[in-house]
Design a protein. Structure first.
Length: 97
């Protein structure tokens, strides 16, 4: 039980903000788009980084969930993929701080 509590303390939920989540996921192709961006790539990055992308249909927000250090240092590729398709969906770019 103690080790479970310690593990849970390391988990962070990062809100990437409103990205029209229900429509965003529909704009990402199932397979690679020729430039290494697609749902299969997103899922591969999630497995490799041990993080999860959550598309919240209710609020329209997108969340990254995982170890705080990994979210801080290792998830640029996920943010880049999501930003690319959000830009295509909305006609504008998104920068994450």
């Amino acid at each position: 039980v103690k080790s479970a509590r310690l593990s849970l303390k390391k988990i962070k939920v990062e809100d990437l903000g409103y990205m029209n989540a229900s429509e965003l996921i529909g704009t990402i192709p199932e397979t690679d788009d020729g430039e290494g961006r697609g749902l299969s790539d997103l899922h591969s990055i999630e497995r490799k980084r041990l993080v999860k992308v959550i598309f919240d249909d209710v609020t329209g927000h997108v969340y990254l969930v995982g170890d705080a250090k990994k979210l801080e240092k290792k998830c640029f590729d996920l943010r880049n993929l999501l930003s690319h398709y959000y830009w295509r969906l909305s006609g504008k770019d998104v920068t994450f701080t």
